[in-house]
Design a protein around this ligand. Structure first.
Ligand SMILES: *Cc1c(COP(=O)(O)O)cnc(C)c1O
Length: 236
């Protein structure tokens, strides 16, 4: 596809997503400024990140460490410095140092071992790292995420870590379940953590298929991939 065509397609998709967010905020009686759109660019080339940045998207999400590292190493510095990069994928502790090398925020901390590894890496790289605790709403043995009952204890571990800043919670609505109900449970967990840690005021919930329900439940960050970028080459 020609570059201008791709840019126009992304602009049209982005406009539709913004309209959906505007309507959802209006319906929920929320201020549009409370909601940040994260474009999830996994599987898509750095040229798409550049188009989206030119279209005013400030936040990008990635869930595959290798790919994300390569992409943000390639991007011109004057574009990169305007972006906030969110790592939203499952993380191995031996990859922590690599992730800290390019991510501004890690949303997928789901065990103390990962928190410790990220803290060590951030200290070594002389920076602080914003962190969200990922909560598993499926009730099954999760594909990522701490059980809701254990989220507060994990949040405490993150908050104690010298180089980590606990900013809130993240979750994916379970397949086949009512997202509104799942996000309501997430909002409860988020509220309990915020009571202990007032700076943990971010709620990352909502994807292409359920962003309206997430806004209604109080989401501050939406992670939208396919509705902006199109369908990915392989399902995850
Ligand atoms: C891929 C991904 C998204 C985006 O999903 P879409 O349905 O394409 O909007 C959001 N969150 C996480 C954790 C993801 O891995």
């Amino acid at each position: 596809m020609y570059d201008a065509e791709r840019r126009d397609a992304l602009a049209a998709n982005l406009a539709q997503v913004h309209e959906r967010i505007d309507r959802a905020c209006a319906a929920a009686g929320r201020d549009r400024d409370e909601v940040t759109l994260i474009a999830v660019t996994k599987f898509f080339p750095v040229s798409d990140v550049e188009h989206l940045a030119a279209l005013g998207v400030t936040d990008m999400g990635e869930n595959r460490d290798q790919e994300a590292g390569a992409k943000f190493a390639e991007i011109p510095a004057q574009i990169r410095e305007q972006l906030t990069v969110h790592f939203i994928g499952q993380l191995q502790s031996n990859k922590a140092s690599h992730v800290v090398g390019y991510a501004d925020v890690v949303q997928s901390v789901d065990r103390a071992k990962i928190a410790r590894a990220l803290d060590r890496a951030a200290l070594a790289q002389e920076r602080t790292l914003d962190v969200l605790v990922q909560v598993d709403l499926s009730g099954a043995t999760g594909r990522g995420g701490v059980a809701p009952a254990e989220a507060r204890a994990l949040a405490d571990r993150v908050a104690e870590a010298e180089a980590l800043r606990l900013r809130g919670v993240m979750a994916v609505a379970p397949l086949g379940a009512d997202p509104a109900e799942a996000f309501a449970r997430l909002a409860e967990v988020a509220g309990a953590i915020r009571a202990d840690h007032p700076e943990a005021d971010q709620l990352s919930a909502g994807m292409s298929g359920d962003l309206e329900q997430a806004v209604a439940a109080g989401a501050t960050h939406l992670r939208v991939g396919s509705a902006i970028l199109g369908s990915r080459p392989t399902a995850r």
